[in-house]
Write a protein that binds this ligand. Structure first.
Ligand SMILES: CCCCCCCCCCCCCCCC(=O)SCCNC(=O)CCNC(=O)[C@H](O)C(C)(C)COP(=O)(O)OP(=O)(O)OC[C@H]1O[C@@H](n2cnc3c(N)ncnc32)[C@H](O)[C@@H]1OP(=O)(O)O
Length: 383
């Protein structure tokens, strides 16, 4: 890799995450954020199975690439040193991922939650608003609100009996309001409720949930027990995670990227053939190819309608196998684009976090990964 391209890659490595977050803010500032925010789904497959478990996918793909592209003939010593350095960097980033998002120790929440709690954050149960309806900020989606109300109802039912008179009254009113909310057909129907009555029910629910399901001192526990994590400075875990993953993948790409791209280029015609074969199975193509011979109509239909999907599936399998086994850098780049896209969506989604919370999540990942890769800059010579 020439000095120029190495400097260019360096700049991309350092700037791509902050610039992605900045682009998200510009999209919002120019009024295009609403359309993107509409595509956001907290409980969607991508967020739940990929982004939230992103460090697993990033570890898997990153390490497969490091191992797949390691074999430098006749340079076993240098090769082992490269892998040892990669493992050291990976171990530091995995530890930092765990400490910041999963937990510091048994019974001690992650750093992002400790910052939140120590800046006044709390697991709230502001279930009902002054009109007696469910507070729209309570859970943010109908599904989650329904799940939270059902969970609260179960806890109150399980622990609600044998209370002194005033508590029993509050218990009755809470259970009644929750049942109404769960079975309400028209969410906007007027209710004969007052602000003080709603506040009393919310306080009762809050005290009962903290008493029976406590301690609710992490966002994961609060979310699991139907609470609303609000009131403190909550560094964005998504911005942190996406930045950490992008910086790790780009950082390691610097080691094997040149080899991977050279290998990809060397096999470009094979890959092109595998891709074109995917499309060369259309029924019209096949029908035309059957023409002229004495083939019966049934045989031609079979050739035109049954064989192409089978051929297409076989071609797709061969292409997937070739990329997964021989060119995993393609999967790495796809993962990188996915994480950057999610980072952009999170930056656009102003309803989840403030700008300061995005910035603190970004800096928490950016500083550690920056130090880790700057320290190894001299050794990060491409293979
Ligand atoms: C030689 C040696 C080889 C080694 C070879 C290794 C091989 C391979 C071994 C693997 C070894 C590693 C080990 C990894 C193992 C795991 O990765 S397992 C995964 C464990 N973690 C989990 O299951 C996820 C737990 N959750 C979390 O950690 C946190 O939710 C996250 C993911 C850090 C996010 O934090 P957060 O504070 O909830 O996120 P935040 O930015 O505050 O977002 C606020 C809300 O907006 C939503 N939101 C924000 N942005 C978005 C968006 N873009 N789209 C939709 N919703 C969004 C969020 O969903 C969140 O809503 P909730 O769902 O929390 O209610």
């Amino acid at each position: 890799m020439t000095k120029m391209s190495s400097k260019c890659f360096n700049a991309i490595h350092l700037l791509i995450c902050p610039l992605t977050v900045l682009l998200g803010y510009l999209i919002n500032a120019y009024g295009y954020g609403a359309a993107l925010q509409a595509t956001l789904n907290k409980d969607g497959l991508v967020n739940a199975m990929f982004v939230k478990k992103g460090w697993f996918w990033t570890s898997l793909v990153g390490w497969w690439c490091i191992i797949r592209y390691r074999a430098v003939p006749g340079a076993a010593g240098r090769d082992r040193r490269h892998i040892a350095r990669s493992f050291k960097r990976y171990a530091i980033l995995t530890l930092w991922w765990y400490l910041f998002t999963q937990g510091i120790w048994f019974g001690v929440g992650p750093i992002m939650d400790l910052v939140f709690v120590y800046t006044g954050g709390h697991c709230h149960y502001d279930v009902f608003d002054g009109t007696g309806h469910v507070n729209k900020h309570f859970q943010g989606s109908v599904t989650r609100t329904h799940r939270a109300l059902t969970l609260i109802q179960n806890v109150l039912t399980l622990h609600g009996q044998h209370q002194e008179h005033h508590q029993q009254q509050l218990w009755d009113r809470s259970i009644g309001s929750i049942k109404d909310a769960l079975h309400a057909t028209d969410a906007s129907a007027p209710k004969n409720a007052t602000l003080s009555a709603a506040a009393a029910i919310n306080t009762f629910i809050h005290d009962q949930m903290h008493r029976w399901q406590g301690p609710l001192t992490t966002s994961a526990q609060c979310r699991r027990f139907g609470g609303h994590w609000a009131g403190g400075h909550d560094p964005s875990g998504h911005v942190f995670l996406a930045t950490l993953m992008c910086m790790f993948l780009l950082g390691e790409l610097r080691v094997f990227g040149r080899r991977a791209l050279a290998h990809l280029y060397a096999q470009k015609w094979l890959l092109l053939r595998l891709v074109t074969r995917l499309f060369d199975t259309g029924p019209i193509w096949t029908w035309r190819r059957c023409g002229g011979g004495s083939m019966s109509c049934g045989a031609r239909l079979w050739r035109a309608l049954v064989e192409p999907p089978a051929a297409c599936a076989a071609a797709l399998l061969r292409l997937t196998q070739c990329i997964a086994c021989d060119h995993p850098v393609v999967i790495l780049v796809a993962l990188l684009v996915t994480w950057l896209w999610q980072l952009l969506l999170t930056a656009v989604a102003s309803r989840f976090h403030t700008v300061r919370e995005h910035i603190s999540g970004l800096l928490a990942a950016y500083i550690v990964t920056g130090v880790v890769y700057a320290r190894d800059a001299a050794a990060l010579r491409p293979l």
